[in-house]
Design a protein around this ligand. Sequence first.
Ligand code: HEC
Length: 187
Amino acid sequence: MRVPTAGAVLLALAACRGDKTYARDAVPSALAPAVAAAEAALDAMQKQLAGRLGEALAAGGPLAAVSVCSEQAQSLTAAIATEHGVALGRTSHKLRNPANAPRPWLQPFVDRALTDPIAGPMVVDLGESVGVVRPIYVAGPCLQCHGDSAHVGADVAAALHRAYPDDRAVGFADGALRGFAWAEAPR
Ligand code: HEC
């Protein structure tokens, strides 16, 4: 039996909404400028969030870093979005912050995160705009706030629960798909 690839399934799902989905290296040239704008914003967001997190972990450990993440991730992302003239964010199949819920075009990627995940960046033609979505994976330091109870300290777990009563973003293993970074740039 032929097993459909992630790309094929996403294409079929996206077709229901009328959007066209492409692997990053198969993007039509008409979309290239918007893809470049989306990727510049994604690079900036991922670099700055990682930098801020690394500084906070080094300075105060995971408990102090929780408040840095919860107080700065949203505003930092919003500032980069404005600067680049795009919509920008992170989402997941197991959300921590409900404000990171997926936009409709991201829903197929989220729905398939556990069964048929994308293995690399994908591009979605949204008509007036172009969406770029990248998978995000768990690495060692992430486990302090997204791992199981062997990795998340009791004090950190309590702080996370206070800030995010509906937190679903724990129990991840090293290397697991944590979620997605996405950007949407005008055509
Ligand atoms: C110090 C604790 C901490 C560490 C370490 C940490 N995170 Fe998070 N993470 C958070 C908090 C708090 C949020 C909610 C931020 C917000 O309000 O958007 C979050 C949100 C996210 C989100 C957004 C989706 C959602 O569920 O709301 C992703 C994706 C994510 N983290 C990935 C990672 C990855 C990958 C790493 C490792 C490189 C990591 N995190 C390390 C605390 C942490």
